[in-house]
Ligand binder design. Sequence first.
Ligand SMILES: [Cu+2]
Length: 147
Amino acid sequence: MLPAFARFVCLCAALLLALTACQKKTEPGLRASNAHMWAIAPGQTTAAVYLRLENSAARERTIQLVSTPIAGRAEVHRHIHEDGVMKMRPVAHARVAAGAVLAFEPAGYHIMLMDVADAPPVGGSFPLTLEFDGAEKLVVDVEVRSR
Ligand SMILES: [Cu+2]
């Protein structure tokens, strides 16, 4: 028979293991897929990136910053209809609800690249970094596609 103290230590270790196992299951999961940009014409300095962002975590996540080495500036934009006209507006903190998908697609959200220089040719790709609340970063490989 183990002394009471040793039993207590064992119990704590078992609890800790169980907690760790639980945490692994609900680990914040952010995943991007189908990230792409349409090839731009020579001299064109703006482009839109589309992708599917999946949040399998149990809490809402917000995008704080977007950056890529091929553009001077990157912002989350959203298309809106205003007075019968399609306009786009920057979205400071795009939210992805817990267990939800945020689709960046034409006529909805997109990631706007400005001051684009040295965009890779069709078939090439470039990294895009999404920075979330809590400073967590997700680096997405964006494929350049022909229209
Ligand atoms: Cu835009």
